[in-house]
Design a protein around this ligand. Structure first.
Ligand code: UD1
Ligand code: UDP
Length: 380
């Protein structure tokens, strides 16, 4: 039997985390698949962090990140870069993930070149093209040209069916982020030396007893929050930090200058606010496991935190991940300063409210999403 040449294309930190277990699952069957990894490097440092943790070596690296890159340059660069890659490698299948600019432009390149596309984490929708921007546009366009849709939940499957995507092209697989999370948790649980290294590293980074005191873990990077939204978020955090001096606020700050600027300006001189560099995936997951509350606008963290029983307050008005909201462990609080403060205060002060949200559940998968995707790819 001729091997199938499968090319995975990824550009950013979350794509790399969520495609890592799939990459290894494909690589584990060398008699069936010739697996090729292409990175656009839309992210550089934050992508390289993940490639290292998951032991992934790109076959092609387009090295496209430029500081403060805009959507025009990035989209054009990925599209043109992928033309040459597809010509040179002629893959049988192109696998893309989610909704970034790399995902959009790489799948368009596949479509132009006549390579069928498999879309991992397909079918997420807010139905509002401005939120998240530009991701909702990206994911809707990618669905139009996808041949195999791998959806994380039945809810996302229904979104595609409502858009008249043929049912036979959709497989509900679970989200591969849960595969990645279980993989890392398993490694941390099994390996005492790794655990000690992580603890030492986090002690150095944070300088407080993070295993003993309550701390809020914060991340944020959504484009639609840039400007006033981020200012309101930062002022809410400042108010909370001053009101609760015994609670720590840990914030690994995304490298986007639109995030760095307001966060560093407003929050850098507050003793119980810890602004740190983006963490490698292992220390981040370990911190997630130990935190009290999560405050985030991230997609991936909304999916991971419920598995660990952590209440999540989402700094957005809408989410394409309603499953955990329905289950009561995730709440949308937007970017209004008063609303953010009130919701954190409620979780810090009201034990029964906290207990109601701190339930461990896995609406996004069972850790076997990659096996399901691989079994579909074997049969095509
Ligand atoms: C991107 C994705 C977003 C995804 C997010 C995950 C788009 C339009 N946005 O947003 O969907 O949720 O990644 O984090 O696809 N930078 C660095 N080093 C890095 C990464 C970024 O310095 O490793 C800085 C650079 O100045 C870069 C800027 O951040 O120009 C913006 O990066 P970009 O990928 O355009 O946007 P993100 O906000 O990271
Ligand atoms: N993450 C990480 N280090 C950090 C912050 C987040 O490894 O300092 C991980 C997190 O566990 C999740 C992913 O990065 O798996 C989310 O990435 P991000 O929030 O940048 O993007 P999104 O999920 O919103 O697209």
């Amino acid at each position: 039997m001729e091997k199938k040449k499968i090319m995975l294309v990824l550009g950013t930190r979350p794509e790399a985390i969520k495609m890592a277990p799939l990459y290894h699952a494909l690589k584990a069957q060398p008699e069936v698949f010739n697996t090729v990894l292409c990175v656009t490097a839309q992210h550089r440092q934050m992508l390289d962090q993940v490639l290292k943790v998951f032991d992934m070596t790109p076959d092609i690296d387009l090295n496209l990140m430029t500081p403060g890159q805009d959507l025009f340059d990035l989209t054009a660069a990925v599209l043109k870069g992928m033309r040459n890659v597809l010509k040179a490698y002629q893959p049988d299948v192109l696998l893309v993930h989610g909704d970034t600019t790399s995902t959009l432009a790489a799948s368009m390149a596949g479509f132009y070149f006549g390579v069928p596309v498999g879309h991992v984490e397909a079918g997420l929708r807010t139905h509002d093209l401005q939120a998240p921007f530009p991701e909702e546009f990206n994911r809707q366009v990618v669905s139009k040209l996808t041949n195999w849709h791998f959806t994380p939940t039945e809810f996302s499957q229904k979104n595609l069916l409502a858009e008249r995507v043929p049912e036979s092209t959709i497989t509900v697989t679970g989200n591969t982020v849960i595969d990645a999370l279980f993989w890392v948790l398993g490694r941390i649980n099994k390996n005492v030396t790794l655990r000690q290294q992580l603890e030492l590293f986090l002690n150095e980074q944070l300088g407080f007893d993070w295993q003993g005191v309550r701390f809020v873990l914060i991340t944020g990077h959504r484009r639609e929050n840039f400007g006033d939204g981020f200012l309101r978020i930062c002022h809410a955090l400042k108010e909370l930090a001053l009101r609760y001096p015994a609670v720590r606020f840990v914030y690994p700050v995304h490298l986007n200058p639109n995030v760095q600027q307001p966060v560093n300006t407003i929050l850098s001189d507050i003793p119980n606010v810890h602004l740190i560099a983006p963490l490698d995936y292992e220390p981040f997951v370990y911190l997630l496991k130990h935190c009290h509350i999560v405050l985030t606008d991230s997609g991936g963290i909304q999916e991971e935190a419920p598995s660990l029983g952590k209440p999540v307050l989402v700094l957005r008005d809408v989410t394409e991940r309603p499953e955990a909201v329905a289950a009561g462990t995730v709440r949308l609080v937007g970017t209004d300063r008063g609303r953010i403060v009130a919701n954190v205060v409620e979780l810090l002060d009201n034990n029964s409210c906290y207990a109601a949200m701190a339930k461990a559940l896995n609406p996004y998968g069972d850790g076997k999403a990659c096996a399901r995707i691989v079994s579909i790819l074997r049969d095509i």
